[in-house]
Design a protein around this ligand. Structure first.
Ligand SMILES: Cc1ncc(COP(=O)(O)O)c(C=O)c1O
Length: 359
């Protein structure tokens, strides 16, 4: 029978599909996907509901959203690209720049989608281990660049470990890599960052013509289900990215929601500061319990549970909290509903004792 099957590229045949954070039972808290716990703001819901012409295709270029973002960031409209999530832009960037025989460098552990993005493009992943504190090892990443490297991704704050890259670290890094190397700064969680030393991509675009910054409406703006992300960068790079995009894939509803959210940004960002403050409280409490939690600058915290990861994830689940487990490394817990925090901390406290006892 095997010879009747169609040909699948061998590297794709063994590539697992993207693994989503577990869905939760109605009674459990889903803290496994770094989602925003707040429901959409009323005006945003209405803007989406007003888009009822489903018989028509959306604006393929998402021009209104791009124009608004260009205005905010002081760029040209062609220096903004909008896609169905920033994960789509990662795919488009890899396809535009890297093929068979080419390399893409990124830190590991980092965002789960990176390995698949590189493999689908036909290129090879070069993973550079994080520092012991969970931050990127930028010196090692720069050293991993060869003449075959076409793209390098810096994730700040790093999902799932939490720390940011500082502005000083990033500037030193940019000075050490070739100006012909595309550097992608994935800032999916930028709005949650409170560290004043953190790098901020948009301000650096003029300085580095090989830089593309990725942001998303999925996290801080709470539009994960509507799929809108964007890139800022040089027009010729984004033109190549647009050529690799699946046409018409940002819906009119997504575009309307993004625009309405930008109009209500101050209200949304108040919620974001609430989440960031809660995150800081959770980190402080976890450290007081004895956990070695890396600096957390996104809407999530990392527990280095090592060999006990599966057991720890099960304990959280029994307590009604779905977390994201990375086998034999650790657990990422999103900062979601206030009501989840008590159980989160109680479970973490009971676990830390057990783990210390078995060490
Ligand atoms: C670091 C990072 N980049 C990009 C994304 C993709 O987000 P989206 O495709 O929803 O914009 C995520 C989502 O979890 C992420 O964690």
């Amino acid at each position: 029978m095997t010879d009747e099957r169609v040909h699948i590229r061998p590297e794709i045949a063994v590539l697992p599909a993207y693994k989503q954070g577990r869905q939760a039972e109605a009674s459990a808290f889903k803290l496994s996907s770094n989602e925003n716990p707040f429901p959409p703001l009323p005006g945003v819901v209405e803007a989406v509901q007003a888009q009822t012409a489903f018989n028509r295709y959306p604006d393929a270029t998402a021009l209104a959203v791009r124009a608004e973002l260009a205005h905010r960031f002081g760029t040209g409209v062609d220096e903004v690209h909008v896609a169905p999530g920033s994960v789509a832009i990662l795919h488009e960037l890899a396809k535009a720049t890297a093929g068979p025989g080419d390399e893409v460098v990124y830190a590991w552990r980092s965002f789960e989608a990176y390995p698949g993005v590189v493999t689908v493009a036909g290129a090879t992943s070069v993973q550079v281990p994080n520092r012991p504190d969970g931050g990127h090892d930028l010196d090692a990443m720069a050293a991993a660049v060869t003449e075959r490297t076409r793209m390098l991704v810096v994730c700040t704050p790093n999902n799932p470990t939490g720390p940011v890259v500082t502005a000083a670290e990033f500037e030193a890094f940019m000075a050490s890599v070739p100006p012909t190397l595309l550097v992608v700064l994935d800032e999916a969680y930028a709005e949650f960052v409170t560290d004043p030393d953190a790098v901020r991509g948009p301000a650096l675009l003029e300085r580095y013509p090989n830089l593309v910054v990725l942001r998303t409406f999925s996290k801080a703006y709470g539009l994960a289900g509507l799929r809108v992300g964007y890139a800022l960068g040089p027009a010729y790079v984004l033109d190549a990215v647009r050529a690799c995009a699946i046409p018409l894939s940002v819906t009119a509803q997504g575009q309307a929601a993004a625009l309405a959210s930008l109009e209500r940004e101050s209200e949304l960002l108040e919620r974001v500061s609430e989440i960031a403050a809660l995150r800081d409280r959770v980190v402080t409490s976890l450290r007081e319990q004895g956990w070695d939690v890396p600096d957390a600058q996104g809407n999530f915290v990392w527990l280095p549970t090592g060999a006990h990861t599966q057991h720890a994830a099960e304990r959280f689940e029994q307590a009604g909290i779905i977390v994201r487990a990375f086998a034999s490394e650790g657990i990422r817990i999103s900062i979601g509903e206030h009501e989840a925090v008590g159980t989160l901390l109680e479970t973490a406290r009971s676990l830390v004792g057990d783990l210390q006892a078995t060490e």
